[in-house]
Design a protein around this ligand. Structure first.
Ligand SMILES: C[S@@+](CC[C@H](N)C(=O)[O-])C[C@H]1O[C@@H](n2cnc3c(N)ncnc32)[C@H](O)[C@@H]1O
Length: 421
């Protein structure tokens, strides 16, 4: 008979086989902290499917979930917490990841986890107690301010998406601490592990794709997608200083026939927010992503995603161009400036191919948080995030890294824009 323990052993073996888990201490934590105790009332065996499980919704939108095991494993590897570390988690949810962290840091370490909702905190406390991990400090607090009372931390992990790196988090790290967070960069949500290099500077050590629910409270970003009236389509803002797309042009794309030309890159749904899409959005703030219904003329031409359709495009003053899934390797342009927009998208795709089709894992980001200037500015033009931190993204390995583009790519990382974890 299958038991929860068998199901857990199978899940951990699958995570190892798929390259999500490498470290013995993370493997041991996943094996020994029973996820089903953090989903009371659910079938214990179902708790070991590699899926995020929503636990709280507001206005029909998921605001809390027990995260997807493969994403949790990827992030624990990125965090690299060790026995004896002091760790802050922001986004306790049901407490599962905090339990895993407590197992990893052991009795010489300490884990504090905060959630903005009292009911979730109460649930997390009860779940941790049931799992015998009641040494975790579970607090109701808005994690936008970190949690200064138990600082400094060797590691801070957000398990909730943010559009900015708040100085509070950096200042609550030890001098050699690490900050891990799902950070939205030009519309792509990326799980970025940063090492603190000086009091106000960070350098990424690992970047992966992810899709988390967004931070609420003081750190929430009110920026909303532009909805095209009556169509069910919305245009995702690229943020980080990108101009608002012209909805009129995009509406026209939903109705006009447009003009097709070949695209250098066939594209896939994972490329929209990760490889090609991330490359294009970082190079050109006029890049947009569309999300919409699965039916309709344009929908049939775009990429299937989570029961709907998604697309990647670029807008100019008087035209736009979109990368199509069907026919494959096609760019469709609309309006008088559409041909120029298609040329620009084709040029960016050419450059992406020439660079070896890099993905999120090939990106590195330096960050300078507001505060006294304590070093030489990194090279390149910065993007400002919603907390006023300057981000300096660049492609390729750091000078001391030798592995080619694509290294460490995790084929099943959850693409941004897809299901949230
Ligand atoms: C994806 S869930 C966390 C998953 C959880 N860590 C686990 O082990 O599965 C994200 C959590 O972040 C919380 N959250 C959102 N905004 C927050 C804030 N400003 N401060 C603290 N927690 C927040 C939500 O209430 C939600 O429980």
């Amino acid at each position: 008979m299958r038991t929860a323990e068998h199901a857990r052993t199978r899940l951990v073996a699958d995570l190892e086989r798929d390259g999500r888990v490498h470290s013995p201490r993370i493997r041991a934590a996943l094996q020994e902290v029973p996820r089903h105790l953090f989903l009371p009332g659910s079938d214990p065996i179902d708790a070991y499917a590699d899926e995020a499980v929503p636990i709280k919704t507001a206005d029909g939108v998921t605001v809390s979930s027990v995260s997807q095991p493969s994403m949790v494993a990827i992030m624990l590897e990125q965090l690299d917490a060790a026995p004896g570390h002091r760790v802050l988690e922001i986004g306790a949810g049901a407490g599962w990841n905090a339990g895993l962290l407590a197992h990893i840091v052991g009795c010489r370490g300490a884990v504090t986890t905060v959630d903005i909702d009292d009911d979730l905190v109460e649930g997390a406390r009860a779940n941790l107690l049931a799992a015998g991990l009641d040494e975790v400090e579970v607090i109701t607090a808005d994690g936008a301010a970190g949690y200064p009372s138990s600082a400094p931390y060797d590691r801070i992990e957000l398990t909730v998406g943010s559009t900015g790196i708040r100085p509070e988090w950096v200042l609550q790290l030890t001098p050699t601490g690490r900050l891990l967070l799902p950070l939205t960069v030009r519309g792509s949500q990326l799980s970025v592990a940063f090492a603190r290099t000086t009091p106000h500077r960070l350098a990424s050590v690992s970047v992966r794709s992810c899709a988390f629910v967004r931070l609420r409270g003081a750190g929430a970003d009110p920026g909303a997608d532009t909805v095209l009236p009556g169509s069910g389509w919305s245009v995702q803002h690229s943020g980080n200083g990108a101009p608002d797309p012209d909805p009129g042009l995009l509406e026209r794309a939903l109705h006009d026939r447009g003009t097709d030309r070949p695209s250098p890159a066939p594209g896939s749904v994972s490329d929209l927010w990760d490889g090609l899409g991330l490359w294009c959005a970082l190079a050109d703030p006029a890049v947009v992503r569309l999300l919409g219904p699965s039916r309709g003329r344009l929908a049939d031409a775009l990429f299937p995603l989570a029961g709907g359709r998604a697309g990647l495009g670029i807008t100019t003053d008087d035209g736009c161009a979109l990368l199509l899934a069907e026919p494959a390797a096609t760019l469709r342009s609309f309006g008088p400036g559409g041909a120029a927009a298609a040329d620009r998208l084709a040029e960016l795709a050419d450059r992406w191919i020439a660079a070896g089709r890099p993905h999120a894992a090939d990106l590195r980001i330096d960050a300078v948080v507001p505060g006294p200037d304590d070093g030489r500015s990194p090279a390149g033009e910065p993007l400002a995030d919603s907390a006023g931190t300057l981000l300096y993204p660049s492609w390729g390995p750091r000078p001391d890294e030798r592995t080619p583009p694509g290294r460490g790519r995790s084929s099943g990382d959850t693409p941004s824009g897809g299901a949230t974890t």
